[in-house]
Ligand binder design. Structure first.
Ligand code: ADP
Ligand code: MG
Length: 713
């Protein structure tokens, strides 16, 4: 806003007509409304269409409607409690009005014989009339402005009890807002560039605010809201665009200029399968980033089984070709070991040195590994957070790969980067960074959130996968489920049976796994059964995993330790016990453990309670699992069920609280706002241009409000 208008909008609410110190205090305390601007931003939570006025003789049962008539014949009735009745009469008939609250107030406020507008739901009475319980009344004569109530689309504002005690109910707030808009007049300084408004068909600021509070029509309200939503998203995306444009170039990394011998030979001679188109595209994107002298920060999203590992392998080869080391960080020991084996198997024929470092290794081995890494002999070091320890020193760390990002915080990533070499001028040369995740964040959301991270998507599964069939079963169907497992085992297949383990320390859950193990042993006496859970020593876990992998055990009873990445192609059945206790993305991850070979695969969700007793969201989760195997679709449903705050963890999400915009429902608008914001920041990163000064002020105000770092300052 223009500085002089800004002063107007910063006026404390006490200066507004009908707001004294008492009311101002309540508004501040109860709704954080302190200034004119705050009140302007206090939006209706609903609107009611009162344009259709009915006559008493036209009423339909249970219709919400508006009537105009005179109020007559107040009577206070006494039964168990007091209530108030009155009659509303128009030229065609009468309607009974009933209140259980505000009995004295109403009689004082609306005098008998007064012409009023009545609003409410008409219910038929036994006498053949209609009655309205707790109708809303407007004295018709008193209202100079039709906008304030009668015969308009009327805004409703939320008010707490404390506000109502000060007379600040929905109607009174409506009146204040109306007064404010009158006083404001044309004190709206359009800050969006005209070209932008034209391109996105946005209505002017003054109109948007007027119509969002007092819409002359539903269409007018919708375009007003669209403008306000657009700018919310636009300012947020500007902050992201700016962060990217102003901060990212500052981070120097070694450019991997050449695609060398290792990459070429591996690609030509050792690649075990042809890459999918999606894998090729992502590898190209990574190659392009790695060639730059600025840090790559790329998130690779790919559903379970989409082949992220191979993409990672190729990235490490580019690093090695240019003389740089790679650190690959996995969330669990099982996964680290598995990655180590894959990398080792694929790359040792080329002479690439791959090492493993986990907490569970012997000291002598560990020291040998550390020495090899420090000397630069090792090309690729794979491990768990053991990699973060100070003892781990690289000679030339040029690339970090983090598998399953959500298990690692930002701090841990920073810790890894501290191992980067320094440049001559003493500033660090950051390793390029690749993050791989199988819990896809819906595309739109990833776009919004990662203004400073590039996102690659592997949206294609390798050929020859048969889709996994998923069913929901209850306890009484267990014999049939076990019968089915028996058939699969007879065909030489293997099965997982997973129990929830929310926290690895929860004794009860551990008990459930152990009891489950016994049950399975009793039910499948002719079979070898394995068990893995978080309380086991790493060696023991590994031993059990290896046995299962070699087919020596047929059923693996496990907790969610097998959630990520474990790859046993011969396993075709995944039974998830107490499935209602798992989150949607976790269920999807678990299901991803099967369907990895050519054989038809099955996921059986066992409900721990009778199906009819399932909670609403649990039911939706389980049905979503049965309906689709598309990880992105699942992520979208998950986001819908949980909302972005919970989905991402509010803090971590970095999302401001939008007043109107909804990043899911308004995904399309978000895309447009993002494009517009990035385009604008590309031409004027600090908003220095004279024509952007109003925009700059509003942008800074929003950044402050959302507590986003203000890079303009
Ligand atoms: P994720 O993305 O879940 O990490 P992986 O990298 O473990 O998936 O790959 C899953 C399985 O698919 C592995 O057995 C891998 O060898 C195989 N795979 C990966 N890419 C291809 C491809 N292009 N063609 C055939 N099989 C592939
Ligand atoms: Mg993986």
């Amino acid at each position: 806003m223009d500085p002089q208008f800004a002063a107007f909008w910063q006026t404390p609410l006490t200066y507004l007509k009908k707001v004294g110190p008492k009311r101002a205090e309540v508004l501040a305390q109860e709704a954080q409304l302190r200034t004119y601007l705050d009140l302007l931003h206090y939006l209706p939570y609903k609107y009611v269409d009162r344009r259709q006025v009915r006559l008493a003789c036209e009423l339909q049962p249970y219709e919400t409607t508006t009537l105009i008539g005179t109020i007559q014949d107040y009577q206070v009735q006494r039964g168990k409690r007091r209530w108030l009745t009155a009659t509303l009469r128009d030229e065609t008939g009468l309607v009974e009005l009933i209140w259980f609250q505000g009995i004295d107030y109403i009689q004082k406020r609306y005098l008998e014989g007064e012409l009023v507008v009545v609003f409410g739901k008409a219910e038929p009475t036994r006498a053949g009339h209609f009655k309205i319980l707790h109708p809303e009344l407007e004295p018709l004569a008193e209202e100079q402005h039709a906008v304030l109530g009668a015969m308009q689309i009327v805004p409703f504002y939320s008010a707490t009890e404390a506000m109502k005690r000060q007379g600040l109910d929905a109607r009174s707030i409506r009146r204040l807002t109306h007064g404010l808009l009158e006083e404001a007049g044309q004190r709206f300084d359009e800050y969006l560039p005209p070209s932008l408004m034209a391109a996105h068909q946005l209505v002017p600021l003054a109109q948007a605010w007027r119509h969002v509070h007092f819409p002359p029509s539903w269409e007018a309200r919708d375009v007003a809201r669209a403008r306000l939503k657009f700018e919310e998203l636009f300012f947020f995306e500007m902050a992201l665009a700016q962060r990217k444009s102003l901060l990212q170039p500052a981070r120097h990394s070694p450019p991997f200029a050449q695609v060398g011998e290792l990459f070429r030979r591996f690609y030509a001679e050792f690649l075990p399968f042809e890459l999918t188109e999606a894998q090729k595209r992502v590898v190209r994107e990574i190659r392009r980033d790695l060639g730059q002298a600025t840090q790559m920060n790329r998130l690779v999203q790919g559903d379970v089984g989409s082949g992220k590992t191979m993409v990672a392998v190729l990235a490490t080869l580019i690093a090695a070709d240019n003389g740089w080391q790679t650190a690959l960080l996995a969330p669990t020991e099982i996964l680290a070991e598995q990655h180590f084996h894959s990398f080792y198997r694929l790359l040792s024929p080329l002479g690439v040195q791959v090492e493993l470092l986990t907490g569970g290794r012997r000291k002598s081995e560990r020291d040998k590994t550390l020495a090899a890494v420090a000397s630069g002999h090792t090309h690729i070091l794979i491990g768990t957070h053991a990699l973060l320890e100070d003892a781990v020193q690289f000679r030339k760390l040029g690339l970090t790969i983090i598998d399953e990002q959500h298990k690692f915080g930002v701090l841990q990533r920073a810790k890894l980067w501290q191992k980067a070499p320094l440049r001559d001028n003493g500033t660090p040369l950051y390793p390029h960074n690749l993050v791989m995740t199988a819990t896809p964040i819906p595309r739109t959301l990833a776009m919004t959130l990662y203004g400073d991270i590039d996102v690659s998507v592997i949206d294609e599964l390798p050929p020859g996968r048969t889709p996994i069939r998923t069913v929901l079963r209850a306890e009484e169907q267990r014999p049939r489920v076990f019968g089915f497992i028996r058939e699969q085992l007879e065909e030489g297949r293997q099965a997982y049976i997973v129990y929830p383990l929310v926290e690895e320390t929860e004794k009860l859950d551990l008990l459930a796994v152990e009891k489950g193990y016994e049950l399975i042993q009793r039910s499948f006496p002719e079979r070898h059964i394995g068990i893995v859970h978080g309380k086991m020593k790493p060696d023991a876990k590994q031993y059990e995993m290896d046995r299962f992998k070699r087919g020596e055990t047929h059923i693996l009873v496990a907790t969610t330790v097998i959630e990520v990445g474990v790859d046993v192609p011969n396993a075709t059945v995944m039974v998830i016990e107490n499935a209602e206790r798992f989150g949607l993305s976790q269920l999807h991850q678990l299901r991803g453990r099967v369907g990895r070979g050519g054989g038809a695969s099955f996921c059986i969700l066992m409900a721990g309670v009778p199906l009819r007793k399932l909670g609403d969201t649990a039911r939706k989760r389980l049905h979503a699992m049965c309906d689709t195997t598309d990880g992105f679709h699942i992520a979208e449903i998950d986001l819908e069920l949980r909302g972005p705050g919970d989905f991402l963890g509010t803090r971590q999400s970095g999302l401001p609280e939008f007043q109107l915009a909804d990043i899911i429902a308004d995904a399309e608008l978000l895309g447009q706002a993002r494009q517009a914001a990035f385009d604008l920041i590309a031409t004027d990163p600090r908003l220095d241009a004279p024509q952007h000064q109003a925009l700059r002020r509003e942008f800074r105000r929003r950044c402050a409000q959302w507590q986003l770092p203000d890079l303009v300052a």
